[in-house]
Ligand binder design. Sequence first.
Ligand code: NAD
Length: 499
Amino acid sequence: MDDIIKPVPIYVDGQWSISPTTGWQQIVDPTTNAPIAKVPFCSRGEIERAVAAAHQAFLAWRQTPIGERARLMLRYQALLKQHHDELAAIVSQETGKVMADAKGDVWRGIEVVEQAANVPSLMMGEHLENVAPEIDCYSLRQPLGVCVGITPFNFPAMIPLWMFPLAVACGNSFVLKPSERVPLTAVRLVELFYQAGAPDNLVQLIHGGQAQAECLYTHPEVKAVSFVGSVGAAQAIYRGASNALKRVQALGGAKNHLVVMPDANKEEVLNALVGASIGAAGQRCMAISVVIWVGNSRTWLLELAARLSKITPGISDENAAYGPLISAQAKQRVEDLIATAEQEGASLLLDGRGFSHPSRPNGNWLAPSLIDDVSTDMTVYQQEVFGPVLLSMKTTSLSDAIDIVNRNPCGNGTSIFTSSGAAARRYQHGIEVGQVGINVPIPVPLPYFSFTGWKQSFYGDLHTYGKQAVQFYTETKTVTTRWFDGDDDSEVNMTIALK
Ligand code: NAD
């Protein structure tokens, strides 16, 4: 590999260094496909050192008073805010996201760090007096040890920040393996964490792909594994890490539907559909990828097509709506899905293939696509597209719409637009999806709650961030106490001792 290209550093065993590994991969700017850095695929030996160092750090950190742990989060939050734009620029460079999307990515992560600063309240246990004569009982939460995070390409700031701040605030240490396609943001996040005063080795940063992830999630010293990525990888990691007897939370891919009732506010619906389908080039796990028109709400379809047709992707400086896809392969995959949809009988109202950016013709560009007459047996419906493509379906009733959504194997997010409280209530109650928006297109919960995907979008019991993450990153200990009065003199002795 070209030696001029900047190598991405690792943080292992107390220092930043360039990995001695022989396995490297290029990181490219998705707007041009020109290389910007190269990422190492760490060796087993480096991963062993990272986990061993994290374990040593844990032994000291678990004794650190919780107020001190919380104050580290306050300092980290302040530094992240100070470096918000700089971080967003790194996100934008390695993902191709436009700055508005990149800033949102960083901001949603900062909100989780704020939540982590509340750890003293979140970790409090419970106490009950007189559970039996003169016997009291209380439970307390203790950290687990070394926790691991394996993260995807599409939110390089937010998703690592979903994980390590809360894990560390709870008293654990952490090993982070970010996506091998976007490792640069993670480097800066970890640098700032140490700049905020974190003790050496609390968070280790290693790089690589599937083999490095496997090495981490099966490591005997690792206690818990947090994963976010595609369905196939989530299933593999849930199985593999559970088999290695780890605690696991594995968030998978998605297929999110937005149901439009005829009584909905048309303007709100059209605005919501445009932003939620093609924002961030559709590379969001909560992107709306299917609109289901109920009854005559479908008459708004052509107006939606007209609005989408005015949108083109581009780079940040142009105030574009969204950027390119992450890679040439990702672009080809989405183009193939569009072609297959047409072959299988769907109608291409808008075809985003063939768009070329005037100044960056080698980028992974796709203009918005809108595909109508989609049915659930089509390939484009059955796979997660993860591109600026909106599928359109129609039903005659809310019941049919609910049935379609419930038969989909994914259950990350969904939304209904209506002015009927009864319809909204029915949808909220009957839908088998973990995050529901009512007149809200992308219902990502703020970190006071947890991010609660269902079905193939989540494997595990305790969800990411919020109160459930504190349970995930801690173990409960229950103590039952009984104290005996001593002999008659003991009270006298104590009084003397206190004097
Ligand atoms: P990906 O599954 O290809 O990779 C994610 C991470 O897992 C990377 O770090 C990668 O190195 C590692 N990995 C890949 N295959 C693995 C395997 N078999 N075993 C162990 N590790 C493996 O995902 P991606 O393409 O980077 O991200 C996009 C996907 O992530 C989409 O499917 C999207 O819906 C999903 N996603 C889900 C959520 C959510 O909250 N549910 C959030 C963001 C992204």
